[in-house]
Structures are given as structure tokens and as C-alpha cells.
Design a protein around this ligand. Structure first.
Ligand code: NAP
Length: 266
């Protein structure tokens, strides 16, 4: 049965993926910064990993690999966001977002690819976000990080054209998880307070009515069982995952900005 390395297996999308995969008989090495947060399930092996720490990433992957013997699938899922005006975002916060959502993920992807290329087979699923294409206001570093990982993923897909190692960019739209609870907000400045409050209200409303993370888990299971997985999939409710991106694709940039400002009531 396939062996999977899955980051962020302690909650939300990662937890749903871990549960579904082990229920199907897969062996999953699932990560958290706190081992206690990984559910005790048959087939789910807890791994300590902090994406802010390069050494932790390398050690976690290599230790899990030694335990597992090989990985058929890497799912780069872990992530967290900032919510602040772009104009005032401290450089440290931007760097932190890029470390967690881009550099850490690329490091893991390279570790996995080295080993998958040697075996001549494998699948990497990078969980980016629809925000890479339809940015959420006050999440500039998050949006930019997700767009960077999406572009990096597309570049690797070009380079691996003749390989049996496949890379998928999985872009969730809003999915109901604990993501908003861990979003870091630092700035409280009058000039932006009304806009921030309006946007956050919509972000929270969307999260409440969003589909469950099991929807993403079911798509992941399908990807793992597909011989030629698609390069990119978008997962969410029909409007966010199908209609909005389709309309957006054909609009001039000015109209896109107008539409997004209207949507967030800015
Ligand atoms: N929910 C959505 O609407 C949505 C939409 C688009 C994309 N996404 C993406 O989907 C992925 C999963 O998010 P989620 O919604 O499931 O959120 P979540 O419920 O908050 O789960 C986030 C996971 O990431 C882990 N994590 C956070 N910071 C980490 C760090 N510095 N190092 C290692 N692990 C870290 C957490 O583990 P510990 O705290 O236990 O360490 C947790 O398991 C993220 O990449 C997110 O950007 C989510």
C-alpha cells in the first residue's frame, strides 16, 4: 500500500486527508509542530516538523523516510496566514509567510523529488490556494506566497515533462477549517480599520458556509489513484472553484480589481 508524507496533519484539510487515507489502508506520516496534536489512528505516524526551521524540515523528512523506506506521495499542505495592510506589513512577517508557504514547501519538494526521481515514480501535491489567482485583501504576503508556490510548481511541471514523477497544484477555495483562528493580525490603524473589519466579516462568513475539508480529501484520494493526474485542480463550492475563476480569466485587470473590491465591499 502507498506511503504518504503529509504536512499539517493535525487539523483541517490535512487531518481530513490523513483520516481518509488511513481508512483506505494507506500508511501516512503526518506532521505537526506538536506531536500531541496528531490523532492516534492505525496507519498514521506522527512526525514533528516546523516549517519555520530548515533543519527541522530536513530531519523530519529523512527520519520519516528511514522509517517508511520510501514515499509514493508528498502532500505539502501545512500553512498559516497573516491579515494586515500590505503597506504596513513588517518585513519579518512577509519573510515568515514566504518561509512557511514557499521556501519550506520547496525544500520538502526537493527532498522528496530527489528520492522519487531515483525510484522513477512519485506524486507531489502542493496545496496552494485560489488566493494565488483571486487575492484576498489584507492577506498580501499570503496571496503572494501562494502565487509563488503555484508558479514554482508550474515551472517544475515543465521540467518534468517526460518523468513518471507528477506534481499537482491543488488550489482550495474557501474550506471550512480552523485556518482563520490561527491567522495573525498585528496592525490596528484607523485609516484601515473599517476596511479591515468589512473584509474580515466576509472572510469569516465565507469560512462558515464553506464546504468541509472532506471534499479536499476526496479529491486527494482521486489524484493519488490517477495514472496521469491533472497539473492543477481547484476545490471548493461551485461558484468559487468553477464560475469565479472562469469569469476572472477573461476580464481585464481593472475590471478584476473592481469586481474584487465590490465583493469585499471596499
Ligand atoms: N481553509 C481554507 O479555506 C484554505 C483555502 C485555501 C488554501 N488553504 C491552504 O490549505 C492548507 C491547510 O490549511 P487548513 O485550512 O487546513 O488550516 P488549519 O486547520 O489551520 O491547519 C493548518 C495546518 O498547518 C500546520 N502548520 C501551521 N503552521 C505551521 C508551521 N509553521 N510549521 C509546520 N506546520 C504548520 C498546522 O499544524 P500545527 O499547528 O499542529 O503545527 C495544521 O496542521 C494551508 O496551506 C492553507 O493555506 C486553506
Amino acid at each position: 500500500m502507498k506511503r504518504v508524507f503529509l504536512t499539517g496533519a493535525s487539523s483541517g484539510i490535512g487531518l481530513a486527508i490523513a483520516k481518509l487515507l488511513v481508512a483506505q489502508g494507506y500508511e501516512v506520516w503526518g506532521t505537526s509542530r506538536n506531536l500531541e496534536r496528531i490523532q492516534k489512528l492505525p496507519g498514521l505516524h506522527a512526525v514533528g516538523l516546523d516549517l519555520t526551521d530548515r533543519l527541522s524540515i530536513e530531519e523530519a523528512f529523512n527520519t520519516a523516510l528511514a522509517d517508511a523506506d520510501h514515499f509514493d506521495v508528498l502532500i505539502n499542505n501545512a500553512g498559516a496566514g497573516h491579515f494586515d495592510p500590505a503597506e504596513l506589513l513588517p518585513m519579518e512577517s512577509i519573510a515568515s509567510q514566504f518561509q512557511i508557504l514557499v521556501f519550506g514547501q520547496i525544500q520538502l519538494m526537493q527532498l522528496a523529488l530527489r528520492h522519487m526521481q531515483a525510484r522513477g515514480d512519485g506524486l507531489v501535491i502542493n496545496v496552494t490556494s485560489l488566493a494565488s489567482r483571486l487575492p484576498v485583501p489584507f492577506m498580501a504576503a499570503y496571496n503572494a506566497s501562494k502565487a509563488a508556490l503555484a508558479a514554482f510548481t508550474m515551472s517544475i511541471q515543465l521540467e518534468l515533462a517526460d518523468s513518471r514523477v507528477h506534481i499537482v497544484d491543488l488550489q482550495p477555495a474557501d474550506i471550512s477549517t480552523e485556518f482563520n483562528q490561527s491567522v495573525i493580525k498585528t496592525t490596528n490603524i484607523d485609516r484601515y480599520s473599517t476596511k479591515i473589519a468589512k473584509t474580515w466579516k466576509i472572510v469569516e462568513r465565507n469560512m462558515k458556509k464553506a464546504p468541509s475539508p472532506h471534499l479536499v480529501a476526496r479529491h486527494v484520494l482521486k489524484l493519488i489513484n490517477t495514472v496521469r493526474p491533472p497539473p492543477r485542480i481547484t476545490v471548493g463550492d461551485v461558484f468559487q472553484s468553477k464560475i469565479a475563476p472562469l469569469i476572472f480569466r477573461f476580464l481585464p485587470q481593472g475590471v478584476r480589481l473592481w469586481g474584487l473590491r465590490r465583493y469585499y465591499r471596499l
